[in-house]
Design a binder for this molecule. Structure first.
Ligand SMILES: Nc1ncnc2c1ncn2[C@@H]1O[C@H](COP(=O)(O)OP(=O)(O)OP(=O)(O)O)[C@@H](O)[C@H]1O
Ligand SMILES: Cc1ncsc1CCO
Ligand SMILES: [Mg+2]
Length: 263
């Protein structure tokens, strides 16, 4: 697979990505977007959200720290993106943990996200709609155990589903990509799943709903995490940005662990 072209295209396109995300990750998500070559804007007030969606190439909605004001902004943004045909990605952080999260996800799904990216517990919770018991925002399951739920979600909504974990899965119409890049140390830095969702917003802005382009960025992010591993979570958090910024074609191609099959 010749995947580097998707990374180059993203860097050359420099899409503007509108994020409504959580208080924990606003900074690292904006920095991850800049490092990969995109332009971030964080904005959640309902008074400006429609204008932001209009000027942006893609929208990221992350429900990590919900409150009524954020929910209002998210619903308006998702509605506007849906009406304008702008691609958008939903990160259902903590799906299944509270009624507020579950009911907000159900309302957001009415606006047909282009992609849903979550860890295994979140994907299972969104797919079951009723919500399962979950530990918090970290997954209590292996990503491989969420693949059937991811397929159901895709069949019911037509949404591309990305399940992150030791193996990342990208489930789209008739095709699944499996990506084996990344490092377990990435789970010791908060919000790297949120950063992944943000950079997937960037590839949506640059390439639209192209599963191969999205899978390329999932792999790119994992490779950046592998290279960023140092003494522990602190250095990984900082060096991830350096590698997102600087990886070249040969490093990417030498480290790439990806396959795809039909379903
Ligand atoms: N065991 C693992 N081995 C290798 N890479 C991993 C592992 N677990 C997670 N990752 C990588 O870490 C990144 C974040 O995925 P993760 O599933 O931890 O997201 P998350 O649980 O939503 O995180 P958060 O909610 O903190 O943002 C992905 O790039 C994923 O490939
Ligand atoms: C720790 C945490 N709590 C709400 S959002 C978030 C960031 C990781 O999802
Ligand atoms: Mg998460």
């Amino acid at each position: 697979m010749k995947l580097w072209k998707h990374i180059e295209h993203l860097r050359n396109t420099a899409p503007l990505v509108h994020n409504i995300t959580n208080f924990v990750v606003m900074n690292n998500s904006a920095n991850a977007l800049l490092a990969i070559g995109a332009s971030p804007i964080m904005a959640h007030a309902k008074e400006e959200v429609p204008e932001m969606v209009k000027i942006s190439n893609a929208l990221v909605i992350n429900i990590g720290t919900l409150d009524p004001t954020f929910i209002e902004g998210m619903l308006l943004a998702a509605k506007t993106a849906h009406e304008l045909g702008k691609p958008w990605i939903l990160d259902p952080v903590g799906a299944g943990v509270s009624h507020l999260r579950n009911s907000t996800i159900q309302k957001l799904l009415e606006y047909h996200p282009t992609v849903i990216r979550g860890n295994a517990s979140e994907v299972v919770a969104v797919s079951s709609a009723t919500g399962i018991k979950s530990k918090g925002v970290d997954s209590s399951m292996n990503s491989s155990d969420a693949v059937e739920s991811g397929k159901e979600l895709h069949k019911n909504l037509g949404t591309i589903v990305c399940i992150s974990g030791a193996t990342d899965y990208l489930i789209s119409k008739g095709q699944i990509f499996e990506i084996q890049n990344g490092d377990p140390m990435m789970t010791k830095v908060t919000g790297l799943g949120c950063s992944l969702s943000a950079v997937l917003g960037a590839v949506l802005g640059a390439s639209g709903a192209d599963p191969e382009a999205i899978a390329s960025v999932v792999a790119y992010f994992g490779i950046s995490g592998e290279l960023a591993k140092g003494l522990g979570p602190g250095s990984l958090q900082v060096q991830l940005l350096d590698h997102l910024y600087s990886i070249d074609q040969s490093t990417f191609e030498n480290r790439l662990k990806i396959c795809s099959y039909t379903w």
